[in-house]
Design a protein around this ligand. Structure first.
Ligand code: NI
Length: 171
């Protein structure tokens, strides 16, 4: 397993749409493992393949990734995920490994049902709520080339983009 570099805003690949996965072989399994390892090392609870420059519909999630979390790790891999039902509304504080040192509350559906393939290519379905639902919606946005910044109200988004542009200049 290796830790991969995570692309940072405003890298152009973060704005591209990812393609569905068609090959469920060893290469895909290895990429999923690398994504999980990278997510654990960088301290996130979700990571999408386009964030490491691979435009594939693949995301990994572990709501218990944090070192402080007393529950055992629970790695999940979602390939070609699609939301088939959504309901309710929730406001959850989000961050992103591609947008360092910034968090904001984002409005999401409170409950979702997703259909996806596991890493072997078998179809699965899951119903998720609250943090799990928000996290999946955030990661699915990455597959569409969208960052959580674009889900903020326009004024807030402008402020944030200015601040991030400054940060990028001084780096
Ligand atoms: Ni993200």
């Amino acid at each position: 397993m290796s830790v991969l570099p995570v692309l940072q805003f405003p890298h152009p690949l973060l704005r591209r749409k990812s393609r569905p996965v068609e090959d469920f072989g060893e290469e895909l399994a290895a990429l999923a493992d690398d994504l999980l390892e990278t997510m654990y090392v960088k301290g996130g609870i979700g990571l999408a393949a386009p964030q490491v420059g691979q435009l594939k519909q693949l995301v990994v999630v572990d709501l218990h990734a944090s070192e402080e979390d007393e529950q055992p790790r629970a790695p999940r891999v979602y390939v070609n995920p699609a939301i088939v039902d959504r309901s309710g509304e929730t406001l959850i504080e989000e961050g992103c490994l591609s947008v360092p040192e910034f968090t904001a509350e984002v409005k999401r559906a409170r409950r979702i049902v997703i259909q996806f393939r596991n890493v072997k290519g078998e179809p699965e379905e899951e119903a998720l709520e609250d943090l799990a639902a928000a996290c999946l919606q955030h990661e699915l946005d990455h597959l569409l080339g969208k960052l959580f910044l674009e889900r903020l109200p326009p004024l807030k988004r402008q402020m944030v983009k200015k601040r991030l542009a400054k940060l990028a200049q001084s780096a």
